[in-house]
Design a protein around this ligand. Structure first.
Ligand code: NAG
Ligand code: NAG
Ligand code: NAG
Length: 177
């Protein structure tokens, strides 16, 4: 007896196949995020913030660079606001002075990021890299201002440093291509 499939069986098989395909669709994540964030001091934060952008799932390295810069500008703006906020409640003159230094450093760092964004848009990866490194250094300098002190912006400044490092990594990867 030759095995034969009735029309109903074929339809059932078809439905099983469709459901299987739906289940095994690639998840809405981007492997590039992991290959960037593995170099980060805080890979979980790095991945979390990059994946928070709706454009990330389908992004290539160029777009991921633009996303990282956009998100980093939001972080930098948040830190700037936090600096003003913390300064209003700080009483220790050393802390107030440190916050003043960081305010200036963050103004420059935001310019660095805008420059990095323009450079990326013009496919000028060398300049993108230089500007990202300068922004990173400004974040590190702000951290160093509070050496031995209880920095009121420690966590947020650290997030800025980490995300800026991801931009440096992306520009390094782009220039290797
Ligand atoms: C920036 O601050 C806003 C308001 O506090 C917050 O909702 C948002 O998550 C922050 N974004 C980043 C990237 O830190
Ligand atoms: C911090 O507050 C002092 C006044 O207490 C002010 O002179 C200074 O400009 C403020 N700095 C920042 C960064 O807002
Ligand atoms: C940003 O780019 C402009 C134009 O090249 C330059 O004049 C400026 O110094 C750059 N800003 C920083 C903070 O490096």
């Amino acid at each position: 007896m030759t095995p034969s499939l009735s029309l109903i069986h074929v339809r059932q098989l078809f439905l099983v196949l469709v459901f299987t395909l739906i289940q095994f669709q690639p998840s809405r994540s981007n492997d590039l995020v992991d290959s960037v964030c593995v170099h980060n001091e805080d890979p979980a934060y790095c991945a979390q913030i990059l994946n928070s952008d709706g454009r990330t799932p389908g992004a290539d390295l160029l777009l991921l660079g633009a996303i990282a810069i956009d998100q980093d500008l939001v972080v930098a703006t948040n830190v700037s606001n936090l600096i003003i906020w913390k300064n209003n409640t700080a009483t220790d003159p050393t802390i107030k002075k440190g916050l003043g230094v960081c305010e200036v450093l963050y103004d420059v760092a935001k310019d660095n990021l805008v420059n990095a964004s323009d450079a990326l848009a013009g496919r000028n990866i060398g300049t993108m890299n230089t500007q990202a490194q300068l922004a990173y250094k400004n974040g590190m300098d702000c951290d160093a201002v509070f050496y031995g002190l209880d920095s009121p912006i420690k966590v947020d400044n650290r997030h800025f440093i980490d995300l800026t490092h991801a931009i440096v990594v992306i520009s390094n990867m782009l220039s290797e291509h």
